[in-house]
Design a protein around this ligand. Structure first.
Ligand code: NAD
Ligand code: WQD
Length: 339
């Protein structure tokens, strides 16, 4: 298939490009490089031994996006482009609504103009909000507790309404749990431009000596060791879920929300221990107050992905930590030090 990938230079997008090419798809990337750089695409080109074609375009720029769409004429779109920091989203909410909602509207409009009827969308487990029960299945009520989560929930609704109104259209709403890990080559990985918000990149930066110690946000949760439990999913497994979702979208109509997680939870302290083991480094940490808005546990029920997409997570916790360590230690400054 001809697949247009918005946000393809980002963390999850870049890993998905590798998988798309491995499956024989033709790709075209649209990215504003707001949170990435062309160097990422140069590395994907190197790994796949073929230049990745791209346009530096903001998805909200309807004219420019329309031109790209008309020239490439995709069979399907994978829509990663967006803003994703929970804390920041309550500080600059309008920007989050603009990029994540207006951006999605602009994209669907451009797709309509060329008759493209298939989309796979990056949603998030954060749409569920506080758990009424666990693991989260796709029927769990959605009540996001932060602006970022609201934008993902609203974008899901936009996509459902579009799919219902557009004959033969298909929208797959992938609700990612906690993506971590890096490409097996150690040439691609997560490269936060600022102080990492998420656990895994922070731990990796402590291990490599870029930060002094990890702050563990609370040890008094109702979990076995008192620290937060999450469903970490290897980014390469997540990338495979996208090619599986494309296959599914090709043979179905309507909108479908599907969790992408392993169903297995690990605590913050278990992650620290696993990372220390994989890296052979000490990970100094201190217990501090809970982070506002955090929940004790988040876990996916992955049954729907197993069944509809014929997809199963394969990587282990050690794969997640070892690949992150290889990426971090071989690229201590991320994508910025090449050249
Ligand atoms: P990322 O920031 O690494 O990638 C997003 C990409 O989109 C970047 O390359 C950025 O430059 C680009 N972009 C941002 N605004 C744009 C715009 N207006 N026009 C064009 N390009 C734009 O993030 P990621 O971790 O790869 O996440 C990808 C998607 O998955 C996002 O939509 C995110 O909300 C969602 N998601 C991420 C996680 C996670 O923990 N990483 C979890 C659940 C969902
Ligand atoms: C994991 C655990 C923290 C940092 C977020 C978004 C979610 C999704 C994934 C986009 C928690 C603890 C963390 C640190 C810590 N993103 N922690 N010290 O909060 O589960 O999910 O990223 O869609 O929407 O909300 O992930 O990696 O921030 O936290 O103790 O410095 O690690 O309290 O228990 P989270 P996380």
């Amino acid at each position: 298939m001809r697949v247009l990938v918005t946000g393809g230079a980002g963390y999850i997008g870049s890993h998905t490009l590798i998988e798309l090419r491995a499956q024989g798809h033709e790709v075209f990337v649209v990215d504003s490089f707001d949170n990435s750089s062309p160097e990422v695409l140069a590395r994907v080109s190197e790994l796949t031994q073929a230049t990745v074609p791209f346009a530096e375009v903001d998805i909200r720029d309807r004219a420019a996006l329309g031109d790209v769409m008309a020239a490439f004429r995709p069979d399907a779109v994978i829509h990663f482009a967006g803003l994703k920091a929970v804390g920041e989203s309550s500080v600059i909410p309008l920007r989050y609504y603009d990029v994540n909602i207006s951006g999605t509207l602009s994209l669907l409009d451009a797709m309509d103009k060329v008759g493209c009827k298939r989309i796979v969308f990056s949603s998030s487990a954060t749409v569920y909000g506080l758990p009424q029960y666990l693991p989260f299945d796709e029927d769990h009520p959605c009540a996001p507790t932060n602006v970022y989560g609201q934008t993902k929930h609203m974008a899901e609704q936009v996509l459902r309404d579009w799919a219902a109104a557009t004959p033969e259209a298909s929208a797959v709403l992938l609700r990612y749990f906690n993506p971590v890990g890096a490409h097996v080559s150690a040439r691609l990985g997560e490269d936060p431009s600022d102080i990492p918000n998420n656990l895994m990149p922070f731990v990796a930066q402590v291990a490599v000596g870029r930060r002094e110690k990890l702050s563990v946000f609370g040890d008094d949760y109702d979990t076995p060791d008192g620290t937060g439990v999450r469903d970490y999913i290897h980014v390469s497994d997540l990338a495979r879920a996208h090619t599986a979702a494309l296959r599914f979208a090709n043979g179905s109509i309507g909108a479908e929300a599907i969790n992408v997680g392993t169903g297995q939870g690990y605590s913050v302290l278990e992650m620290v221990e696993a990372f220390a083991r994989a890296s052979g480094r000490d990970i100094p940490f201190e217990i501090v107050a809970r982070r506002p808005g955090d929940i004790a546990r988040s876990l996916a029920a992955p049954d729907k992905a197993n069944k509809l997409l014929n997809w199963h997570a394969e990587k282990t916790l050690d794969d997640m930590c070892a690949s992150t360590w290889a990426w971090q230690s071989q690229n201590p400054n991320g994508f910025r030090e090449e050249g």
